[in-house]
Design a protein around this ligand. Structure first.
Ligand code: DON
Length: 307
């Protein structure tokens, strides 16, 4: 990696510092496959710009990435379809829970940002129109960027999401009534649930997110996003990536980040490295308690932050 930090020692120290928090919070309970995960898991990985990865704890154990995939879907939709996406989804924090419906009616079916569920559904809808198979396109991209051809969907999680998907279905139909969904809602929901079910480890996620630290360059050196687009995605992660806790996350961690209810979080130090953490216990906003604490320790100990 570019600098002289002793990453293995640093990660061991962070793991020790947050050990008391691992197991606190509550794993997601809305589907059995997430509720049954051992809450005492903790892993963290750091990937340098050259793809070198260091990790600690359960950093190579696959988990349900859930909403962390929203950032990758956004990157693909922008790369393949360009800026017109922003006519259908905003870039402001919502100040509401990730699955909230309340703003959609008085904002005419335009979601506040691409990381709440409503916004992510619009992004997946766009990707579906652009590619004809949004979830497979996303999985293929993640396999290439993580350099892990074994990555896959978790069929049990996807089926459970579908079974308990009334709220996402309501959000999608509501936006369709405003003309902000182009594909049939059942097909869109299927792709969205497959997308949420993708399993990855911290090592996979840290590597896959490196294009955001490399100002838009993929692992093979080709350009996915312009430098400006990479900056824009990082900015939206900072302001909206951890939902109604984004202000607190910016205050504590000071990095662009994106969380998921599986307990994973990805964070980016532009020009330096990408971080991924996983611990299933969530706070009231749906962010991993030990995960946020570990990222907080990382930026506090190293001074690596966008601020
Ligand atoms: O849409 C849902 O409810 C889930 N499949 C994903 C939610 C999620 O991870 C949001 N983030 N914290």
């Amino acid at each position: 990696m570019a600098d002289t930090l002793d990453y293995p020692a640093l990660l061991e120290r962070i793991a020790a510092d947050v050990a008391a928090l691992v197991g606190s919070g509550t794993p997601a309970e809305y589907i059995p496959a997430l509720a049954s995960v051992d809450p005492h898991r903790f892993g963290m990985a750091v990937a340098g710009l050259d793809g070198t990865v260091h990790g600690v704890g359960d950093w190579e154990v696959p988990f349900s990435t859930q909403s962390v995939t929203k950032v990758f879907a956004l990157a693909l939709a922008l790369a393949e379809g360009g800026d017109s996406l922003w006519e259908r989804v905003g870039r402001e924090p919502s100040g509401n829970p990730f699955n909230s419906l309340v703003q959609l009616e008085y904002e005419n079916g335009i979601p506040r940002n691409p990381f709440i569920n409503a916004g992510a559904l619009v992004v997946t809808d766009r990707l579906q129109s652009l590619t004809g198979d949004a979830s497979s396109e996303l999985l293929g991209f993640l396999r290439e960027e993580s350099r892990n051809p074994e990555l896959s969907f978790d069929a049990e999680v996807a089926a459970s999401e579908q079974e308990h998907g009334d709220r996402n279905a309501a959000v999608a139909h509501f936006m369709a009534s405003y003309g902000n969904i182009d594909n049939p809602v059942p097909a869109l929901l299927e792709h969205y649930f497959w997308q949420c079910s993708i399993e990855m480890s911290c090592a996979d996620l840290a590597r896959a997110g490196l294009f955001l630290a490399r100002h838009g360059l993929r692992s093979d050196g080709s350009r996915l996003l312009t430098r400006s687009e990479a900056k824009q995605i990082n900015a939206v992660m900072l302001t909206c990536g951890t939902y109604d806790a984004a202000g607190e996350f910016a205050y504590r961690v000071g990095l662009p980040g994106k969380s998921g209810v599986g307990g994973g979080i990805i964070a980016v130090v532009p020009g330096q490295c990408t971080l991924a953490v996983w611990s299933p216990g969530l706070d009231a906003q749906g962010n991993s308690v030990a995960g946020v604490a570990a990222l907080d320790r990382f930026t506090t100990l190293t001074g690596l932050s966008v601020f």
